[in-house]
Design a protein around this ligand. Structure first.
Ligand code: ADP
Ligand code: MG
Length: 349
């Protein structure tokens, strides 16, 4: 062999080895003793978003499949547009007998509407439809239109008696602000029931984790930047949900104005509380999801007040002025990304 082809052969072997190493790395993880741990992942589209479930352990194939099946089954129950869903039945017949999972979600959501003094309101659906957020045919409603629609908004008119949901004429509900988080909780339950002690779920940017990475280290979760693609910080967690709501997620522009999909139930208009995004970190997806949406509506002062009252979650908020607020509980787990080191971070105590 001449020198040229020897070099070529050596390079080829190196590439092949590298590719094999890469494949090996993506199909398994390492435990604390550096042993290989089986890894399974599945990506699919459900609940209007891309979802990826990654689990580690012997039973991970079956576990991930069970989690996927659970999420797609829940979507069929909670969809506002699917004529066979339980939510559709309640919205169109005025009353519906709910499955236990849906009843629990509605009970929890109503409780959070109360807790947030109506910053979260699951009866906003007709207003969201008027803005076109449900169909992507966007339109800015007139004040008169909004005033008429707001007549029918008010979560306190919805009653849940056991598993029977009653929604008055003209009132319509949508569980979009809480459902993905609760779906994550129920998927986590499926994974755990299948013996999983290490997993990461990504429900369209809603992150939920089980345990630590298989090697015992924490999950380092990127906190999505409201200024564009990528993350402005990371938060290291184990066994937690990390869920972000922001105006940048879904919006449209008309005559130079930006209109986003999180509405202030008091006005029926996109919420302008001075915040660009809120990330909530806590034990349960449903709590974090409902709070990320409602703290965004409430603004920093009311968010801080609710945190002090409850202390069962932490949050990271980005203000329109570019300031970052984080609660004390995650101070040591929070780190600004390299190109955002200049941002001003205040710790709420
Ligand atoms: P995403 O679903 O985009 O991740 P959120 O969890 O913040 O974000 O939920 C936003 C969705 O919740 C909106 O698309 C809309 O369906 C609904 N929504 C908007 N504003 C409110 C509100 N104040 N209370 C309850 N639901 C809301
Ligand atoms: Mg939410």
């Amino acid at each position: 062999m001449d020198r040229k082809s020897a070099v070529f052969t050596a390079r080829l072997i190196t590439y092949i080895v590298l590719i094999i190493m890469l494949i090996a790395q993506t199909s398994c993880g390492k435990d604390e003793k550096n042993n290989d741990v089986k890894k399974s992942d599945e990506s699919f589209f459900a609940m209007d978003t891309y979802i990826t479930v990654t689990a580690y352990g012997e039973n991970s194939d079956e576990a991930v499949k069970a989690a996927e099946n659970k999420i797609t089954a829940l979507e069929k129950l909670w969809s506002v547009t699917d004529q066979n869903s339980e939510v559709y039945a309640a919205n169109h017949n005025g009353t519906a007998g709910l499955s236990d999972d849906t009843a629990e979600l509605v009970r929890f959501a109503l409780d959070m509407c109360d807790t947030t003094d109506g910053a979260l309101d699951i009866s906003l659906y007709p207003v969201l439809t008027a803005w076109g957020f449900t169909t992507d045919e966007h339109h800015v409603p007139t004040d008169a239109e909004l005033a008429a629609l707001l007549e029918n908004v008010g979560y306190d008119r919805i009653t849940l008696d056991g598993n029977t949901l009653t929604v008055p004429d003209g009132v319509q509900i949508d569980l979009g602000a809480v459902g993905k988080g609760y779906a994550g909780d129920l998927a986590v339950q499926e994974l755990k029931a299948n013996g999983i002690t290490s997993a990461l779920l990504d429900l369209g940017g809603n992150i939920q984790t089980i345990g630590t990475k298989p090697d015992g280290s924490t999950w380092k979760i990127g906190v999505r930047s409201p200024y564009g693609d990528g993350s402005f910080a990371t938060v290291s967690v184990k066994d937690k949900a990390v869920i972000t709501s922001g105006g940048y997620e879904r919006y449209f522009e008309e005559n130079g104005e930006v209109y986003w999909h999180i509405l202030d139930p008091k006005t029926g208009k996109p919420a302008h509380s001075g915040l660009l995004s809120v990330t909530v970190i806590g034990d349960e997806g449903r709590l974090c999801d409902s709070l990320s949406t409602s703290l965004f509506v409430m603004g920093i002062d009311r968010a801080e007040q609710l945190w002090k009252e409850r202390m069962d979650f932490d949050f990271i908020a980005v203000s329109e002025k570019g300031d970052i607020y984080i609660t004390e509980g995650i101070k040591n787990d929070f780190e600004l990304s390299e190109s955002y080191k200049g941002l001003n971070v205040s710790v709420i105590k």
